[in-house]
Ligand binder design. Sequence first.
Ligand code: HEC
Length: 156
Amino acid sequence: MRRALCAAALAACLTTTASTQESGFAQRPDGGAPSVGALSDMMISILHRHAILGMAGASEKWLLAEYEARQLRVRFMEAAQVYRNIPIETVSAATRALDDLTEAITAKNKAQFTPRFLELTRTCNACHASAGIGFVVIETPRTIPFTNQSFAPAPK
Ligand code: HEC
């Protein structure tokens, strides 16, 4: 499955191919040797932000949740701009899920937040599956990921 798509919102034109990384799922635009692990480093940052976002929503720390959702969006945009051959629909599915989640955050609605966070997580795993790395499975965080950041409810 190959097709060329222009992502006007990203000001980038991405050629898409749903396959493994060996077949060029995500390549640097300069055509040079990829700086080792750069996209995976972005993903580790995305992983941390996803965890903080999940815990922030669960703890109803809405300002933190809003901040982390914004950070996640920036990371996704960076990944889509820096790397070619990421199918645009996988990126837009993630940013659409972030839009819906942000609505729940703005409404400070935990009942809405939980399923929408799950949907965001589903888009992580859908992209990993199309990239041939379905073994990187993301789920809702069960614990506070860092012991040096407080998730205690903000004083009212
Ligand atoms: C648009 C596609 C796409 C989306 C959406 C996506 N990822 Fe990834 N992710 C990748 C690709 C491609 C890799 C492999 C990068 C590499 O090995 O260079 C990856 C790798 C990873 C890794 C492994 C990094 C490592 O070095 O161990 C983690 C963790 C990860 N992603 C987390 C997430 C989380 C969390 C989300 C959702 C919030 C997410 N990803 C959404 C494409 C995506």
